[in-house]
Every structure is written in C-alpha cells, then in structure tokens.
Design a protein around this ligand. Structure first.
Ligand code: UDP
Ligand code: MG
Length: 341
C-alpha cells in the first residue's frame, strides 16, 4: 500500500494536513471522513496523523485508515512527547505545497479547510485562524489564553492576538524555514507570529470536542506558556534589576526611619512587619533564582542535543526517516526505472 502511494504519477500532494493525536481513538476516523468529504476530489491531499504515545488504541485506528486509504500516513512516537513535538514530527514528513495543522478532536472544523486554501491560492504564505470567543470552550481557557497572549506580546515584542492557535496553513517554503529555527523549545504559534509572514486570518467558532477529554490541563498550559516566553524573550532574566532597585529604596527608607526613631528616643516596634519584609524579599530572591534556572535549563537541554521526538512506527515503511529532504529522496528512488534502451 505504501508503494501504491509512492508509485502515483505525481506523488507530491498539494495539501498536507498534519494532526497530532493523543488518546483520540474515538476521533480519528470521524476526522478523516470529514476531511475527505470536504476536500473531496478538488485537491490532492495527504493526512498525516501522529500518535503521540497514546494509552488507547489511537494508532490501531490510524493504521485502519492507512490500510483503507493510501493518502493517510500514520506515525507513532516512542512516547508522549507533547503536542508541539508531535506536530513537529508531522511537519517534518509533510510533503505538500501547503501544510495545514489542526487538532484531532474536531474542535477545529474541517469545513474551514477550503477557505484556508483559497487564501493560499490568492497568494498568502501564512493563513492564520481566529478562534471566536463565542465557541464551545470553557471560559477559563479563553481568559487564560487571552491574558497569556497579552503578557507574551508585552514581554517579547512579538504580537500575538486573542484566538491564535496551531490551526493554520503554512506555505511549504515558509515551513521549511521555520522548521530549522528552534526544535528543542518549540512554541510554534509564537514562531509563526515572530516570522511575521501572516497575511490572512480566518475566523471560526470552536466546536465541542467530539470524543474523549482535553489533555491540556492548566499545568500543561502554563508549561507551554513558560516555554513560549523564554523562547522569545530574556526580559524575565532582567527583572531582578528593577526589583533590586525597588527593594534597595525600601531598605534606605527603613534605615532612615530607624535612625529617626533612635534620635527621638522611641525604639522601633514590630517584629511582625520585619518578618513579613524578610519573607517578601526572600520570595523575590527565590523567584529570580527560579527564572535564571529556567534559562540555564534551556541552555542545558540545547547542549544535550537530544532529538525533539522519536518515531517508533510508521504506517509507511519508506517514512522511517523523518525529514522532508529524506522523504523527497525516497520519492526519487521510488520512481519507476527507465525502460532499457
Ligand atoms: N495532543 C498531543 N499530545 C499531547 C496533548 C495533546 O498530541 O500530549 C493533541 C490532542 O490529541 C489534540 C491537540 O493536541 O489533537 C489539542 O489537545 P487538546 O484537545 O487536549 O487541548 P485543548 O483543545 O483542550 O486545548
Ligand atoms: Mg481540543
């Protein structure tokens, strides 16, 4: 079946749809059906589903789809590497001229794909989507995400907008450039904004998750937030300077006050406020040490040079190597031999 795909006269599809899936066994077949219906025969497409170390039988369901339809390619990562890296694994093997990334749980409506493609055909290299606030999303997710994008924009100077997500279309050339940038600490949606190509933005209402549960807990969202900010700004490292100036001014005022009470013969009272002050100062210290730790940790991880993800299995044997260049080389090799002279 894999040969069938590679032997197609023009093996390069126009559109790649890349979908990371973690415990999405109940969703992948419905997603495939809806994408197949909406793109029908108007586009040459491939659907790349990446099983991010699921505990359910997501990969078995992906294998079923790949058996039925050679346009479906499944990768299974060696463990759960997280959404951003599962996404990267898919982007690395995508061969389309336009690459669309979206979620597996049908919160991103496949019916929007033709519109994204229309903007691309009209010349946009990046087509972003805008999640409208009225969709089916818990209020705290909308609120935390909006506040985070504000903080991110203020700290990094890279402007993110409310409603940004990883549901978007990238032209293959733009993707090729972005894939080289930062593979260890990936915050793809910030990277796309940083690159600045954005030319079009399509609004949509986020749908209810089709089946299963969200795996982006508040803790996970915060980790992604810290990754995002530290990937784009060193401002938190300098926060200590401002705080230091502030606390030094406080200390000077305290000394002046202590001196004054001594001179007027009224001894300083109030151990409680002193303890409070010490605790406050220590907490700032710990916070700043922690921030420095985050950056040192990033350098440490970079120096280790581990790959951002590992692929364990693929529905396509020829897909074992996971770079676009390798995929292209394999396609060349798979071309039929020229007839003997
Ligand atoms: N996902 C993933 N790896 C993870 C967590 C999530 O590949 O470790 C995928 C998940 O299957 C879905 C997308 O990332 O396709 C978004 O995750 P989810 O729906 O849980 O997040 P939410 O939409 O609630 O923010
Ligand atoms: Mg979701």
């Amino acid at each position: 079946m894999s040969d069938q795909r590679l032997d197609m006269p023009d093996a390069r599809p126009t559109v790649s749809i890349v979908v990371p899936a973690f415990n999405e066994a109940g969703n992948v077949a419905v997603l495939y059906r809806r994408i197949a219906d909406v793109l029908a025969s108007s586009w040459q497409w491939e659907l790349i589903l990446i099983d991010d170390g699921s505990a359910d039988d997501t990969f078995e369901r992906i294998q079923d789809l790949a058996r039925q339809d050679p346009r479906v390619i499944g990768l299974s990562l060696a463990r759960n590497f997280g959404h951003q890296y599962a996404l990267l694994a898919g982007l690395d093997v995508a061969r389309g001229e336009a690459i669309i990334s979206m979620d597996a749980d049908l919160q991103h409506p496949p019916e929007l794909l033709p519109e994204l493609l229309r903007h691309w055909q009209d010349g946009a290299n990046v087509v972003m989507t805008e999640r409208l606030p009225a969709g089916q999303l818990p209020w705290w997710k909308v609120w935390t995400s909006n506040q985070f994008y504000r903080l991110f924009s203020a700290l990094t100077g890279v402007r993110m907008e409310a409603g940004d997500s990883d549901f978007r279309l990238l032209d293959a050339e733009v993707l090729d450039r972005l894939r080289q940038v930062d593979r260890t600490h990936l915050f793809m949606r910030g990277l796309v904004r940083w690159a600045g190509y954005h030319a079009a933005r399509v609004p949509y209402s986020v749908a209810q998750r089709h089946s299963g549960r969200s795996s982006y807990s508040l803790g996970r969202m915060m980790r992604l937030g810290v990754t995002g900010i530290t990937a784009f700004s060193s401002a938190p490292l300098r926060a200590g300077i401002g705080l230091g100036v502030f606390t030094a001014a406080l200390a000077a005022m305290e000394f002046a006050y202590a001196l004054w009470t001594k001179m007027t013969g009224k001894p300083v009272q109030g151990w409680v406020s002193l303890v409070g002050l010490i605790t406050a100062l220590f907490s700032m210290n710990f916070l700043l040490i922690g921030m420095i730790g985050v950056y040192i940790g990033r350098v440490f991880e970079k120096v280790q040079g581990r790959p951002p993800y590992l692929v364990e299995q693929s529905t396509d044997d020829a897909m074992r190597l996971t770079t676009r260049a390798a995929a292209r080389a394999r396609r060349q090799r798979a071309l039929p031999e020229p007839p003997p002279a």
